[in-house]
Design a protein around this ligand. Sequence first.
Ligand code: PLP
Length: 407
Amino acid sequence: MTAAAHLPDPAALDAADLLAAVVDRFEPGDDLVAYLDGNSLGRPLRATVEALPEFVRTQWAGRLIRGWDDGWLTLAERLGDRIGAACLGAASGQTIVADSTTVLIFKLLRAAIAMRGEGAARDELVIARDEFPTDRFIVERLADDHGLTVRWLDVPHDGGVTPELAAEVVSERTIAALLGGVAYRSAWWADMAAVTGVVQAHGALVIWDCSHAVGSVPLELDAWGVDMAVGCSYKYLNGGPGAPAWAYVAARHQAQLRNPIPGWLGAAEPFSMTAGFEPAPGIRRLVSGTPPILGMQPIAHMVGEIEAAGMPAIRAKSGALTEYAIALVDALIPDAVLASPRDAARRGGHITIDHPNARRAVERLWGEGVIPDFRHPSGVRIGLSPLSTSFAEVERGIRALAAALAD
Ligand SMILES: *Cc1c(COP(=O)(O)O)cnc(C)c1O
């Protein structure tokens, strides 16, 4: 018998899926056959399709500037708290929604540099060599601006940061390590508690980029003692193109947190129009300008779905989806190389495979409504957003991918 004969029946997997009904709450695309890129841009909920025009009509047009007093002014903190509770294991008052991931990484890392104090001997920043470009660019720029050295962490192609690897580069000279919670390419889910411990044992700060982790794996930032974290809201939080990001700063650091872009809405008294910047006492000090109220609406809808399903059930489905995807790849695309962990416990919500025909195949598939992601130079990234993806869709998508790669 061939490996393909042992493949589970997708209909049976969907029938056993406790979250199967949620898939229908997402807006179907016109030509969509299989969406395998929910980790790059999550699909919109039907609720979002309906609620956005309604928001414009009743809230924006209806309330106009009074809306700020009706709750817009505190939305960044309130939605942050909901993300914190549902996805991050963060008690309230530590998470805010603002800016883009890029801008928040800059603000947090710059603040971490400011925290090292006068005359500190620390002069190094740690980051993985294959980290997402934005993260590397900011580390390199801040190192350049402040006369610091970048310590590069080399991780395996199908892996990511481990406590052992972190221990090789973190030292008494480290200011902060900016690390991916779930690696954007390999999907390696770091042992975030253990790595945090290694970084902090040297007196350094850890900043976790949770862009591919939030909404796909359960996070326990408070329990793990994480210093700071940041993440994207248009991936597994389905906030839509350009949705604002979120940042977490542990309560113990907030009094020392110096926002490098001080703005009026991060000030203690935004409307007193006083001279001099006095930061807000809590996480709101990280806000720079006016919060993106429209951009937060879709995130709130998706967080509602995550609250209802719960991260443990979402993680269970996510693990089953990636397991099934790997079984399909092994059976149908034998010449592909899996560039993600086979160990389900260390794997996030997507998988990447390497194949010489990757670029051509993905280009063709996009025209057919089968949408994985091409990752330079030869990777196909298959993102399986747990709440919007069915097992039948995974099967359709990977069969089409197998055919396109073989062509
Ligand atoms: C998606 C992603 C980002 C995105 O940054 P934006 O400023 O929102 O474009 C940053 N870092 C990582 C690791 C990502 O996966």
